[in-house]
Design a protein around this ligand. Structure first.
Ligand code: SF4
Ligand code: SF4
Ligand code: SF4
Length: 292
């Protein structure tokens, strides 16, 4: 006997529509593989056991989300599509936002992206179906589900997950300041800094890379953005930036970027010293070279 199709119902809880356009592409363009899944799009929530949500959850949409949740067929699975649904993204802390959606509903799968690529949305739906199968069999959702649809490929210049070259990061905090979705947090430690990029908040705008003075932060074309809910806060890129000891005075200091120093001291031939001494000693050395 064949298994009845999973019934997918989609709601928009305040999305800018970017995620919805990508969802439509995912649902109706064959190459994104939805057609090969045992899933049917339905217009009546009462028939549905797979809920797909786009948007950060505005104050006006909270009541209808609650109404829809109460009407879903049990057991059901929930897939959040778009960074807004997971963390509110660029709309976090706005006066009209009550989300993210997991404040009101148990989410199973998150598909980050702003908007996510259709391949990621399809992967999210595939994982949502897997969760639903497990729930139907009375099993717990596992901690991780390996990629189901394989063969993702993005164009070379696609802005996917951000990454950090910690060896040239100077913890200047420019990226943290310009990030519109508070995805970057730099924390001072005893020995230096920890640089975190939270992929579930990033909107892939590229601002951090554009303004980084050393080129330490950059986008990759990796769009492996589909994670289970238990991975929501651990999907991070973490860089450890260590302080050095000044070879002149022995104080701890943040090693400067060679590129910037080369430009700053281009006339004073400080390049050979510049990486090993602190900024105070460098100033003194520079002064001596110029006026002694
Ligand atoms: S994640 Fe981006 S594209 Fe999707 S609703 Fe939010 S702002 Fe729009
Ligand atoms: S990644 Fe770039 S902008 Fe961000 S702290 Fe490091 S050097 Fe500064
Ligand atoms: S690309 Fe960079 S600046 Fe833009 S949201 Fe992501 S981490 Fe923040």
């Amino acid at each position: 006997m064949s298994t009845p199709p999973v019934k997918l119902f989609r709601i928009n809880t305040g999305s800018c529509n970017g995620c919805d356009v990508e969802f439509v592409a995912t649902a109706f363009v064959d190459k994104f593989q939805i057609s090969s899944m045992n899933v049917e799009l339905v217009e009546n929530v009462e028939e549905s056991n797979l809920l797909v949500i786009t948007g950060p959850l505005t104050s006006k949409s909270e009541s209808f989300l609650k109404k829809y949740i109460s009407k879903l067929k049990k057991p059901y699975a929930v897939v959040g599509v778009g960074t807004c649904s997971i963390s509110c993204g660029i709309f976090r802390d706005s006066y009209s936002i009550n989300g993210p959606i997991d404040k009101f509903i148990d989410v199973n799968v998150n598909v980050a992206g702003c908007p996510p690529r259709p391949e990621s949305i399809a992967e999210g739906i595939a994982k949502g179906i897997k969760v639903l199968e497990l729930k139907s069999e009375g099993e717990e959702t596992p901690q991780k589900i390996e990629q189901i649809l394989i063969g993702f490929e993005a164009p070379k210049k696609f802005r996917g997950r951000m990454s950090l070259n910690e060896t040239i990061c100077t913890a200047c905090r420019t990226c943290e300041t310009v990030c519109p979705s508070t995805a970057i947090k730099i924390t001072k430690t005893q020995n230096g800094f920890i640089h975190n990029i939270w992929h579930n908040s990033c909107c892939y705008c590229g601002n951090c890379a554009f303004f980084c003075p050393t080129g330490a932060i950059y986008s990759t074309n990796n769009f492996d953005t589909v994670k289970l809910q238990n991975e929501k806060f651990s999907d991070l890129n973490t860089g450890i930036i260590n302080l050095s000891t000044c070879s002149s005075c022995g104080e701890s200091y943040m090693p400067p970027s060679s590129g910037l120093l080369g430009k700053a001291y281009i006339h004073n031939n400080l390049k050979k010293l510049n990486k090993s001494i602190c900024s105070k000693c460098r100033k003194e050395e520079n002064f001596k070279r110029m006026y002694a």
